[in-house]
Design a protein around this ligand. Structure first.
Ligand code: NDP
Length: 400
């Protein structure tokens, strides 16, 4: 019997809960807890209706370690999937250590008052998880997550050395709104307004936001303007694959999106520091989140697809070779299956597979791990079964 506890009832939490319920042989008991219990209940109701599976729901403030410990004590899960926000990573890891629960997340820790994400805070838990005999799996969504597993798979099967890595992330979907973000708006805007950064010849190169861009052709989609931004998996990948001479992350943005983003920044709505408004302290970006469309609700009219993959150049048997591995995910198909759009889907499915890898004993070890440190093969096989099939192309023009 394997009990899983999922924290966070947003779009990603909804997909992961659905997918766990679709794999009852592994996930025999599922608990979904979040700050707002009514959101958990709504997801549980639709899972009961669609799949006939019962989910237990609960309420928790994941910023509060004693509350989390009480929640773990009550439900006694084997593993906790943290699908709340990056701000909660450390409190949930602390509570896991106090309660003997294993841990998985999809985004690395970010302090609330500083738009800066890096692994140092979570890597610092290495010894504590080791001593407790517990496993912490970091960054098990799509990117980070599948992007790093693709890289590990390529390095294991197709190269003797990988030299150039370009992770390319395209969302060619249309949700019909003038402006909306595909996952939590606060986290998304903090991420995409940062300076660009990539790895080259042993050091980080910083750029202005969106400074480097070019059109890239995506399968089944065509050319889309793509921008080099900093993305968290680069930090662990250059550490775990030291042969990399260059590692970059590209994301597509439409002109409309970038114009809205510029206006939001220029008028101060992306500020993360508190300001006084009518005698009350508010944080502009949090207020903005409250008025923007909820990413979890974008699914109904979302058309088009996402395409995310890794374009890799390196050496095999003394010869240079190129390799491209990718998945395309249809927003409509994702919505039909789980009631949410493709970005939540491409994140929630890998989170479930990561938990499955742990529960099946495919991924094991005491300590804190980034996903590329595990065997990619069983995970790659499950991607094909669980709704995110991948395709590979050899010796093509990588364009980047
Ligand atoms: P949402 O904002 O839609 O959902 C977050 C959920 O967490 C909400 O239900 C929210 O509760 C809950 N929550 C927030 N704070 C707390 C708290 N203190 N205690 C308990 N619950 C809390 O986000 P998404 O579903 O879009 O994203 C979830 C995570 O996935 C984020 O960390 C995001 O960065 C990550 N992500 C990762 C990707 C990847 O590929 N690796 C891609 C996309 C997202 P409430 O409803 O009450 O606000």
């Amino acid at each position: 019997m394997s009990k899983v506890l999922i924290i966070g009832a947003g779009g990603v939490g909804q997909v992961a809960t659905y997918k766990c319920a679709m794999n009852p042989a592994i996930f025999t008991d599922i608990v979904l807890a979040s700050r707002t219990k009514s959101k958990c209940d709504k997801i549980a109701e639709s899972i009961k209706k669609d799949l006939g599976v019962n989910i237990t729901t609960d309420q928790v403030d994941a910023d509060n370690v004693p509350e989390l410990v009480a929640l773990f004590k009550k439900h006694k899960p084997v593993i906790c999937l943290n699908l709340a926000l990056p701000y909660q990573d450390l409190t949930i890891m602390d509570a896991c250590l106090k309660s003997g629960v294993n841990y998985l997340d999809t985004a690395n820790y970010e302090p609330l008052d500083e738009a800066k994400f890096e692994y140092k805070w979570q890597w610092a838990y290495q010894d504590k998880f080791k001593q407790a005999g517990l496993t912490a799996i970091l960054g098990c969504g799509f990117d980070p997550g599948v992007s790093a597993i693709y890289t590990a798979y390529a390095a294991k099967h197709h190269f003797d050395e990988i030299h150039y890595l370009d992770i390319v992330d395209c969302n060619a979907g249309d949700h019909g709104k003038a402006f909306a973000t595909n996952f939590n708006p606060e986290i998304n805007i903090r991420e995409v307004t940062q300076k660009g950064k990539y790895w080259e010849n042993g050091k980080w190169v910083e750029t202005e936001p969106h400074q480097i861009h070019q059109p890239i052709n995506y399968p089944n989609i065509g050319p889309k303007e793509s921008y080099v931004i900093y993305h968290e998996e680069l930090e662990s990948l250059v550490k775990n694959f030291p042969t990399l001479k260059r590692a970059r992350f590209w994301m597509t943005f439409g002109q409309e999106y970038l114009t809205h983003l510029r206006v939001i920044q220029n008028i101060g709505m992306s500020r993360i520091d508190p300001i006084m408004y009518e005698g009350k302290e508010i944080v502009p970006i949090q207020f903005l989140k409250a008025v923007l469309p909820n990413p979890g609700d974008l699914g109904e009219n979302y058309t088009g697809e996402t395409s995310i993959g890794c374009r890799i150049k390196g050496i095999k048997d003394g010869k240079e070779k190129t390799y491209y591995v990718y998945n395309n995910c249809s927003h409509e198909v994702a919505f039909k299956e789980t009631g949410t759009q493709g970005v939540s889907y491409t994140t929630g499915v890998p989170a479930m597979i990561g938990a499955m890898m742990f529960l099946k004993g495919e991924w094991k070890g005491a300590g804190v791990f980034n996903v590329e440190e595990f065997n990619p093969d069983p995970f790659m096989a499950e991607l094909n079964v669980q709704g995110l099939p991948w395709h590979e192309l050899h010796n093509i023009d990588l364009e980047v």
